[in-house]
Design a protein around this ligand. Structure first.
Ligand code: NAP
Length: 495
């Protein structure tokens, strides 16, 4: 045997076998399973509480569901798709894409469906996993791919229980309820509500949008890809890669812009949103109701090709008086008016601070994640937590979120995690977690940087934590890429 092969064989022998649990079979969980297998780390189970893969794309099935990140960017870099139907493809097509990719890579076979992880406890250097059904597992590494916008935010509007019609959150759409020709109310004006309104305005007898805060709307064209274009992508996969790369570059510029409220990109977005409002809404009264009083992109920017058209349709009504309460027949607004309705949709967003939970996570020395995160979730570089060794979060707290591809974010994070895992595999350490000092230093720097972002310019949004500090990555996306390229081991405790 040559010297090189002998050394390689020796290092193979010395390799520590590692068992993994991946929690969640959404976009990031599917990615984890594929990358673990590729890296030769095939001893893992994906735990999924639902019966299908897909995460947010499985749970959201509301009319008009689409992704406002271009499809050729919102794709795995290793599974580019020549067949996207539109520049911004609809939700069911995205769900089908994830199912296809998962099936192709055998992820479904590796997934325990319909069983929720209820507890992860670190004991004797490993993680003890327990599921709702009582199944137990013991693993070396946990990857929490549990999603950001997962737990519905249910509004505490008085009288919701008294409503005689159908009422549901946008992420719990009841497809048994008829919509055509009926009277529908939608609460909220985020990306979800805007897509629902655009989809329903022509189908219903009456559509009342209950707006608490007006939104800036970034215009967007959404042309279909022709058969010729799809065929060209199929024939030349390199052109798909170039399309993905070009979009990534474009969105990187945007992501670099949002973290500097004074940037030229923010000015361009402001101008485009303002022109959209001025040019698209004819009635001056309606236009003023739709005019936000804060800066564009302060809230997560809503992107829509047709919302302003939809809200001007004969069946549509924009209600800004504020909801007083819900009654048996409909919604009573503060001006005393009763909007009689058959269906009430709560497009009221999510609780992004509920990462991983309600799973009980207990780290080294009995530290409870719930206690540690009592005020707000904090993680070093959004990925790992002191005293929770070998537990890694994808799309975790304070990471890059916004109008760009979370797939790209998760891919960069997972590549970083696999570099840390290599330290475990090679035997350099058995446990790895960030030091408290490094985590506190990072958090202090992050909070300081968050002050100059567009998200801190004076609006209410799900980006803001309990103190009103934007809970997202406040540095450039280039910096995020750099940080993810190589872990700084001095920030970690290796045991
Ligand atoms: P959201 O952006 O958090 O919007 C929630 C809406 O509900 C806001 O208009 C909010 O009003 C309103 N609201 C909340 N509680 C209320 C109450 N008690 N009374 C009246 N109104 C209330 O939620 P979302 O639209 O579901 O979107 C969440 C995120 O999901 C987006 O920001 C985006 O990241 C993602 N998303 C992405 C896409 C996509 O195409 N990529 C599509 C949909 C969603 P205020 O503004 O006054 O707080």
């Amino acid at each position: 045997m040559s010297k090189g092969r002998a050394a390689a064989a020796e290092s193979e022998v010395a390799e520590r076998p590692l068992r993994f649990a991946v929690i969640g079979a959404g976009m990031a969980g599917i990615l984890s399973a594929i990358r673990l297998e590729e890296a030769g780390l095939g001893d893992f189970t994906v735990y999924e509480k639902a019966e299908r893969v897909g995460g947010t794309w499985r749970e959201n099935t509301y009319p008009g569901l689409a992704c406002d990140v271009p499809s050729h960017l919102y794709s795995y870099s290793f599974e580019l798709n020549p067949d996207w139907s539109h520049r911004f493809s609809p939700g069911p097509e995205i769900q089908a894409y994830f199912e296809r990719v998962a099936r192709k890579h055998g992820v479904e076979r590796r997934t325990r469906f319909g069983d929720e992880v209820v507890r992860c406890e670190h004991a004797d250097g490993r993680w003890r996993i327990e599921t709702k059904s009582g199944h137990r597992d013991e693993v070396d590494v946990v990857i929490a791919a549990t999603g950001v916008l997962h737990h519905p935010n249910l509004p505490d509007i008085p009288g919701l229980d008294a409503f005689e019609g159908a009422v549901f959150h946008s992420a719990r759409w009841d497809h048994g309820v008829a919509l055509d020709g009926r009277r529908i109310g939608v609460v909220g004006t985020g990306s979800t509500a805007v897509q629902i309104v655009s989809a329903l305005a022509d189908r219903v007898a009456k559509l009342v949008l209950f707006q608490r805060t007006a939104q800036w709307i970034m215009p967007q064209e959404n042309p279909p890809f022709s058969e010729e274009e799809k065929e060209a992508f199929r024939r030349d996969p390199e052109s798909l890669r170039v399309a993905h790369q070009n979009l990534s570059t474009l969105f990187t510029a945007f992501s670099n812009g949002v973290v500097d409220a004074g940037s030229a990109q923010m000015k361009m977005i402001e101008d485009a949103c303002l022109a959209n409002l001025e040019n698209s809404v004819k009635d001056p009264v309606l236009r003023e109701k739709l005019r936000p009083t804060y800066r564009a992109a302060c809230k997560r920017l809503v992107i829509s090709p047709d919302f302003y058209q939809a809200i001007q349709k004969p069946a549509s009504e924009l209600e800004t008086a504020g909801i007083e309460r819900v009654e048996a027949k409909g919604v009573r607004t503060r001006d005393g008016r009763l909007h009689e309705l058959d269906v009430l949709v709560l497009a009221t967003g999510f609780r992004p601070d509920r990462f991983i939970r309600p799973t009980e996570v207990i780290g080294r020395g009995g530290v409870r994640l719930d206690a540690l995160w009592e005020k707000r979730p904090i993680a070093y570089l959004s990925i790992s937590i002191p005293d929770f060794p070998n537990l890694f979060l994808l799309n975790g707290p304070n990471g890059p979120v916004g109008n760009f591809s979370l797939i790209e974010v998760a891919e960069l994070q997972l590549a970083y995690v696999l570099k840390l895992v290599d330290l475990l595999r090679s035997g350099r350490c058995r446990e790895i977690s960030p030091s408290r000092e490094a985590t506190e230093r990072f958090e202090a720097e992050r909070v300081e940087a968050a002050k100059s972002t567009i998200w801190a310019t004076g609006c209410r949004s799900w980006y803001l934590d309990d103190r009103g500090v934007p809970s997202s990555w406040p540095f450039s996306f280039d910096r995020f890429r750099d940080e993810m390229a190589a872990p700084k081991l001095e920030a970690y405790e290796l045991l």
